[in-house]
Design a protein around this ligand. Sequence first.
Ligand code: HPA
Length: 269
Amino acid sequence: MDLFEKTMAAAEYLRPLLPNMVHYAVIAGTGLSGLATDLEEPIEISYDNIPYFPQPTVEGHVGKMVIGRMGTSHVLILRGRFHYYEGYSMQEVTFPVRVLKALGIHKLIITNATGALNPNYQTGDIVFIEDHINLFPENPLRGLNDDRLGLRFPALSEVYDKTMLSEAIRLAKESGIRFHQGIYVGLQGPSLETPAEYRYLGKIGGDVVGMSTVPEIIVAAQCELQVLCISVCTNNPFQDGAKTTIEEVLEVANKTGEKIKGLIQQLVA
Ligand code: HPA
């Protein structure tokens, strides 16, 4: 089976289980799985029941899809994403995004945990991503292009949707949430960066760094989805005596999850 056929098989399995119209999908990043807890009339589908869906292997990523209502909208939340560092191929990492497209979903909200490169960012801050720098060693569109999946050379100039971004900013201001607009640098991980690497990534124009999102964004662009990306700044490597640990990342992501949840609820409603 090729990627198109696998995508169709997953979508065909899911379609009868979902409401007619799903307005938004959300990819819940590291420690942000709690986003799904307030959905009304939730339906849960385990990833291992969905044809060709990979299984997450890392802590903080549950491996379930939850669909439910937030206000008047139906929302599909992916509790757990796939990272390139887990050993998945780029096609596997981005498979869920293709399935969302096949299900007729147009709006995607991506969340993630990031380390600060911008010295003004504090842990627990929210960062709305307006652009990215791709430092992954591979691109998910490498290989023969199947035109049924989208363009050979999709543009990335407008993948971060300006309307969703300005709405999110308006809501964050209204709620008095500390936030920034910034540039995400995507690296494969899983080791965290050295002090010299953090400095370098800041110098080339990054505001935050993380190990996900960029492959998903590239495929979302090929699928012509509108994307809003919300990062939690979980650690600031430039603080005195900073030593970034995954425990710290998870703790801050869990704490900040409530702020992001509130924002997404307002946005979607
Ligand atoms: N580096 C890379 N990825 C991350 C970080 C970091 O400092 N924090 C959270 N995800």
